[in-house]
Design a protein around this ligand. Sequence first.
Ligand SMILES: [Zn+2]
Length: 331
Amino acid sequence: MEDAFFKTADRSFGFCFHGNPLDRSSDRREDPAFLAALRSRPDARTVLIARDMPILARGEPREPLLPLATIGALGGSRLEILLGLEPSGAPVFAALLPDVAVEQRADHSDGFLDRRELFVPGREDLELVDLRSIAVQGLVPPAALAILGEAKAIAHWHARHGFCANCGAPTRVAAAGWRRECDVCKTQHFPRTDPVVIMLAIDGERCLLGRQARFPKNMYSALAGFLEPGETIEEAVRREIHEEAGIACGAVGYVASQPWPFPASLMIGCLASAQSREIRIDGQELEDARWFERNEVRAMFEKRHPEGLLAPHPMAIAHHILRFWLDGGGA
Ligand SMILES: [Zn+2]
């Protein structure tokens, strides 16, 4: 079986969480003098995260990068991470604030969307907005959104890795926030990125889309699933499509990828050539799956599908893989 290789250039498509402008300076994370000099710069800024939610300065647009001194004004941080340097050389940190730095007014979360109403007491100039809402509503410029994605993913990892997975002892932060170390058993722990394959099975002029019960009403999207240990991207694509929809696939081609900080995934977008046609949904992950003709998908994008069916939101890579296929990509 021969896998197609579609990628010839960086297909960024300009989608959410792409285009992080920071120079991560990963080779200097262990240099204390370098880090101290960065901290003392008057133009040093930080992303603030409390209870997994970014804190933004109100305004048009919202400002997610706040002066480093804001950390002290809000009572100090649990830890600081060097996210990288702006083109000007100004450093950008992420600070994880203790839970007590913010308070909760209400929680309307529904298992899909984080709808906690959090606020910083006494700071009307600041607001907490969950990252999905920031992306969907375009509350910050694209470059800032990519930085927020980086910050949220690594802050989420730190918040849950205070103890060694090998021996249970407390771990400490190293490498400017890019490693945790256990002083008891000497294990080093690195931030996780969880790869997810997300793909369209293609049958001539049709593609396979499905919907999960938790999706917004009438929306159909690409199938997706986590890669498992010992599996290639191509094998994961074929397994997921077969498990979820009963379709056998042959060649698989890579299209593009997207950091997806919910909490720390990398979405790997692919197309797969279908070898069977009869859909058999698993009934667990999907509540429906169908073949869609090109003109039907076009109608979904243009919000004129006769059944009112909709394409996935532009925030998600599924939207862009679908558009890529619709425009003749991968043929
Ligand atoms: Zn240990």
